[in-house]
Design a binder for this molecule. Structure first.
Ligand SMILES: [Zn+2]
Ligand SMILES: [Zn+2]
Ligand SMILES: [Zn+2]
Length: 429
């Protein structure tokens, strides 16, 4: 299953045309409609930000000092001084976290000032208004409770808290919205920012549910694998096209290894077979779906992320990411610092004779259970077990050997064993 989203203007109802930008604007009436984190992650702006991010430590320090000075001034009742510190702090954020603001703030002086005034007002009120202060504390505490194995309760609550914050702010008469949004649209854009920032942590079914709740069921379609030009059904589009990790299936021992999406090489953690990353490792197969704006049958080709409807012009983007920007950055860092870099070609690991394979696969699964015990859901790990072990993925004797292997490796064994046992007892996908 792949997920395809069509953003529709809250004011005029027009579907978004042309290639999507991270900050989604209506082509017809120019209002801000949504934020799409996946588009940001794939953008040149993200690449530029990664390149300068390391050099911004001093700027972050200065930001922290400005915020602390503002807190002291508020405590001392010196509101004009506090405002000055907050203004400097917020202005620094335009460069430190550029994706948090629409790109116009970098080119349009008036828009920049409007965003600055709005951001400073929020910062000030979150210190002065008891209700906003409590909501901000609640949001921080909630985010701190995030369990990566099951992040949805946290994300869902944060999405609700953001709405409460904006609704409370509205009653305190904020400065004009810097993007000209009425309050309900501002809530939607803020919620869309939050959800899309965490989408990659959710299980695919939950992603679909959450996106449909926010954008409306008709605007978010779950697509089926689509027939290639050669008439073969392409069933490769995986459920994790958006997740933090993709599956690397080792051609030598058969173990499936969770691999970070921006990796420059793939390594089997069973037999240590490795080679450079290839685009097809992402398994972004073609997807077919009905246009969410006009219903026409559409397709997004393998490895593509976007298509434009030939009938109504609506741009539709699959909820997926390639990690290409992070990968290019990792390669450039490796080249600059003359690091080893990824394997130039295939590096054969332990030669796996058929009778050794089981031991290598189980050792690789044991390591992954230890590394990912608190990072992936049991459901995600069930997929790894099933892809690595085939029909034996819930066989008690096999699981018992895997648990033994985890104990032999040592470390946080209890969490790892719990992950394996919960995964092996889960319903097959
Ligand atoms: Zn519009
Ligand atoms: Zn292997
Ligand atoms: Zn259409």
């Amino acid at each position: 299953m792949a997920i395809v989203v069509t953003h529709v203007c809250w004011r005029c109802g027009a579907p978004q045309g042309s290639a999507p930008r991270a900050w989604v604007r209506c082509e017809r009436c120019d209002v801000l409609v949504a934020f799409d984190f996946q588009t940001w992650l794939e953008s040149e702006d993200h690449a530029a930000w990664l390149a300068r991010h390391g050099a911004q430590v001093a700027e972050w320090d200065a930001y922290t000092r400005d915020v602390a000075a503002a807190d002291r001034a508020v405590a001392a009742g010196e509101h004009a001084t506090a405002e000055g510190h907050l203004r400097r702090a917020c202005a620094r954020l335009f460069d430190l976290t550029p994706h948090v603001f629409p790109p116009e703030v970098h080119v349009d002086h008036e828009r920049r000032e409007a965003h600055l005034a709005y951001a400073v007002w929020w910062q000030r009120m979150q210190r002065l208004d008891p209700e906003l202060r409590a909501l901000a504390a609640d949001l921080r505490a909630n985010q701190a409770r995030m369990d990566l194995r099951d992040p949805w309760p946290t994300i869902e609550r944060s999405i609700a808290l953001v709405a409460k914050q904006i609704e409370r702010g509205e009653r305190l008469e904020p400065p004009p919205d810097p993007d000209g949004l009425p309050m309900p649209a501002r809530v939607r854009v803020a919620q869309s920012f939050l959800l899309s920032a965490y989408l990659h942590l959710l299980d695919p079914d939950r992603r679909l549910e959450a996106l449909r709740a926010l954008y409306g069921a008709a605007r978010v379609v779950a697509s089926v694998p689509h027939d290639d030009a050669d008439g073969e059904t392409d069933a490769r589009a995986p459920d994790d096209a958006l997740g933090l990790y993709f599956d690397f299936a080792c051609p030598r021992c058969g173990l499936v290894t969770l691999t970070a999406r921006g990796a420059t090489e793939v390594t089997c953690v069973g037999c240590h077979h490795r080679r450079p990353f290839r685009d097809e490792d992402l398994r972004l197969g073609g997807v077919a779906f009905g246009c969410a704006a006009c219903g026409a049958p559409l397709a997004i080709d393998a490895t593509d992320l976007v298509t434009e409807c030939t009938f109504c012009g609506a741009a539709q983007r699959r909820a997926a990411r390639t990690g290409n920007v992070e990968r290019a950055f990792a390669r450039s860092v490796a080249a600059t610092h003359a690091l080893g870099g990824p394997a130039e070609e295939v590096v054969q690991g332990v030669v796996a004779r058929p009778e050794q394979r089981d031991a290598l696969v189980l050792a690789g699964l044991a390591r992954q259970a230890l590394w990912f015990a608190k990072l992936v859901s049991p459901r995600r790990f069930a997929g790894i077990l099933r892809a690595s072990l085939g029909e034996r993925w819930r066989d008690e004797a096999v699981i018992a050997r895997l648990v033994e292997g985890i104990r032999r490796e040592g470390g946080a064994v209890e969490d790892a064993i719990e992950l394996v046992r919960t995964a092996a007892s889960s319903a097959p996908r």
